[in-house]
Ligand binder design. Structure first.
Ligand code: SAH
Ligand code: SF4
Length: 470
């Protein structure tokens, strides 16, 4: 069955904003605070900026103290069990705040609640939760919140309808920083890697229109943002669903053409779809950071096949090599799952070997977590927890050693960084990022935040570089 894309009309979003204005008026002068607690990936961070945008239009200020908040929104993640356990634990803890603050509204949204069994769990075992809504309903948050805010007697609302292909433009945003910004270019995922819950909870791939993305990027640059990260589960399939002749590399070029001094980053790239055109474009576009997050997941071909990743280790190695041919200074990072069902110790060794060959600048390593409803959840899994933990520890040691060695290669070099914030530490009070995204600690005036600077790297460790302004 063909997938139907549903563009939410500007009028529908304006109607939601009118609801915000209505709420603002009804609540009147009374000061009010909201807390938005975000778990998981950058896409969720970006979604939380929309929730805050709406809340700001309702007249809410923001707090990170649950005892002060009139409205609490917990934006959840479902990728691993660990994230879900943290959410449930923290939501449970909110009952202390709610006791002290009668009338406090607790909402839980995002990927976790889009799974039926989790929505049920919240319904049955978490009576303090007033509102539950999935990622497909986010654009209707004002309407949903209104329905619990002004109910005659307490009303619980659960809205976790199926993926309806919706793409909404024009939701007000309240961004977190002033230097770095997230910019979603597409939603959902079509890949169905056998371990992953994302396609089930986020729905099918929907690309935003290039003109909407470019307009938002222009606004960001005009507002002084210097570091824009384009977001999508697999940016390499950007545009396919639009039926126009624009792919991700073309989109990069359009954003690169915007006047101004800023950097473009993106994540995530799927190795099955990364193309030479993409690498060439990255090399040619002067604003495009030389940074590539290319999750490999495993270095063993049988495991990659069982994961439904559509590439083998040879193809991955060739791609990394090709990307480095175009950009010798490219920073490559990856994600790896340890202990996928059926993975043997020997198969795991292939992953270690691949890491030694690619020499990733940084690796994000995870122990496999069984997700309800995914094909991998049904696969036999003989390895014990201890075995998996041993593999994980070994991979982490490898990752840390390689990161440390790669960082040491920066010592003595002078390079351009973007100063993006404070560290809170007296010795090296500023944090910054290299073009490739590596963290550099510096000492300097806080007035430099938001500007590019030349630094000489004086020392390093596994996690960061340390530099002096030149
Ligand atoms: N779309 C991105 C990743 C999204 S999830 C991509 O394809 O690369 C982020 C990472 O979480 C994945 O790369 C994977 O390494 C990890 N992950 C996803 N599902 C997992 C699971 N069931 N158990 C453990 N890690 C998982
Ligand atoms: Fe999950 Fe695979 Fe889609 Fe990434 S590409 S979100 S790992 S299904």
């Amino acid at each position: 069955m063909a997938y139907v894309r549903k563009e939410i009309s500007t009028e529908s979003i304006r109607a939601q904003e009118r609801i915000c204005a209505g709420i603002n008026e009804r609540l009147g002068e009374k000061p009010r605070l909201a807390m938005v607690d975000t778990y998981g990936c950058q896409q969720n961070e970006a979604d939380s900026e929309k929730l805050r945008g709406y809340l700001a239009e309702m007249g809410y200020g923001f707090t990170s103290n649950e005892f002060e908040a009139d409205v609490i929104v917990v934006n959840t993640c479902a990728v691993r069990e660990h994230a879900e356990m943290r959410v449930l634990g923290n939501v449970g803890q909110l009952n202390h705040a709610k006791k002290e603050k009668p009338g406090q509204i607790i909402a839980v949204c995002g990927c976790m609640v889009q799974q039926e069994h989790m929505a049920e769990k919240l319904r049955k075992s978490y009576p303090i939760v007033d509102l539950v809504f999935g990622p497909h309903e986010l654009w209707r948050f004002p309407e949903l919140l209104e329905s619990v805010l002004f109910a005659k007697k307490r009303r619980r609302v659960f809205e976790t309808g199926p993926d309806d292909g919706s793409v909404a433009e024009g939701i007000p945003l309240r961004r977190d920083g002033s230097v770095k910004a997230w910019l979603s270019v597409m939603y959902g995922c079509n890949n169905f890697c056998t371990y992953c819950v994302v396609p089930y909870v986020r729905g099918r791939e929907r690309s935003r229109r290039p003109e909407d993305i470019v307009r938002e990027a222009r606004e960001l640059v005009a507002a002084g943002y210097k570091d824009i990260t384009l977001l999508g589960q697999n940016v390499n399939s950007y545009g396919r669903d639009l039926g126009i002749n624009v792919d991700f590399a073309d989109l990069l070029r359009m954003i690169n053409d915007i006047e101004g001094d800023f950097l473009i980053r993106f994540m995530t790239s799927h190795p099955k779809d990364a193309t030479e055109k993409l690498f060439r474009t990255m090399a040619e576009c002067e604003k495009c950071a030389h940074q590539l997050h290319l999750p490999v997941q495993s270095g063993n071909d049988r495991v990659l096949k069982a994961m439904n990743r559509h590439y083998d280790s040879e193809k991955y190695l060739r791609q990394a090599e090709l990307a480095r041919k175009y950009m010798p200074d490219l920073v490559i990072t990856t994600d790896i799952i340890v202990g996928f069902p059926g993975e043997t110790d020997e198969e795991f060794e292939d992953t270690v070997r691949l890491c030694e060959r690619v020499r990733f600048d940084a690796m994000f390593t995870f122990i496999y977590s069984k997700r309800v409803g995914t094909p991998a959840a049904e696969m036999p899994d003989a390895a014990t927890r201890e075995q998996k933990q041993r593999r994980f520890d070994r991979l982490l040691d490898t990752a840390n050693r390689i990161s440390g060695e790669k960082h040491a290669e920066y010592e003595g070099r002078t390079l351009r960084v973007l100063i993006d914030g404070e560290t809170g530490k007296p010795g090296y009070n500023l944090s910054s990022r290299t073009n490739g995204g590596r963290l550099v600690h510096l000492k300097g005036d806080t007035g430099l935040i938001g500007s590019f600077a030349e630094v000489r790297i004086v020392s390093s460790n596994t996690w960061a570089l340390y530099g002096e302004l030149v």
